[in-house]
Design a protein around this ligand. Structure first.
Ligand SMILES: [Zn+2]
Length: 219
């Protein structure tokens, strides 16, 4: 039997802020095998753990990047806004890192990626059972409705889930809530969201939960 030590995967990055070269150990890929997405498109394992391997924080200055190289001034990273995640004071870790990545994208007016990063921050806090921080990240997604209102059924359904899970379903814009989708499944999902919201239910649900409801004939 070979005595090979467990190989830790590492990645090397050149910081786009302070210029230092750093090496990070990647979190392991989950051995879990899920197959159902949450209604906000949060992926099942192992895809979720793979996502968490795509966020990198410079240990020298704290600048966070995703797979894409980004360059910012030191002032941006030292700003109390960046340090405190816009005053949200999120606990340090993957969630806060995704949030800061969202801030960088937002500053570049790359709203699609900013929204995605804020939502990924929420997912990381879901995984950490930190409901308070997850809500702050969903609130940040909601605050982007003006600049990124969503343009198709997929976007609308994700937004419906974000509003409900933030406890703000009644604020979901009418054109989304009352949208009539060409396919039955999308309509079923929106109806499911409205019912759960009416019950004050902010829990996480998956596509399977919607299918189960449909097959049980509960219109
Ligand atoms: Zn740095």
């Amino acid at each position: 039997m070979s005595d090979t030590p467990e190989t830790l995967e590492t990645v090397r990055k050149r910081c786009g802020c302070c210029g230092e070269l750093y090496e990070l150990t990647l979190p392991p890929v989950s051995a879990e095998e899920g197959d159902v997405y949450d209604l906000d498109q949060r992926p099942p394992q192992p895809n979720r753990s793979v996502m968490y391997r795509q966020i990198f924080r410079c240990p020298y200055c704290g600048f966070v990047v995703g797979p894409k190289l980004r360059v910012v001034d030191e002032d941006f990273v030292k700003d109390p806004d960046y340090v405190s995640c816009e005053g949200n004071c999120l606990p340090e870790g993957t969630g806060a890192d995704f949030y800061r990545l969202g801030m960088t994208s937002f500053g570049e007016r790359d709203y699609v990626n900013a929204f995605e990063a804020f939502l990924r921050a929420a997912w990381a806090f879901d995984d950490a059972d930190d409901d308070v921080s997850a809500k702050k990240c969903r609130d940040r997604c909601i605050s982007m409705m003006g600049v990124l209102p969503g343009k198709n059924a997929y976007d609308y359904l994700v937004r419906a889930d974000i509003f409900r899970r933030a406890g703000r379903f009644s604020e979901l814009p009418d054109e989304i809530r009352n949208a009539h989708f060409p396919d039955g499944l999308s309509n079923s999902i929106m109806r499911f969201q409205a019912e759960k919201a009416a019950e004050g239910d902010r829990a996480r649900y998956t596509m399977k939960d919607v299918f189960d409801k449909i097959t049980h004939g509960n219109k």
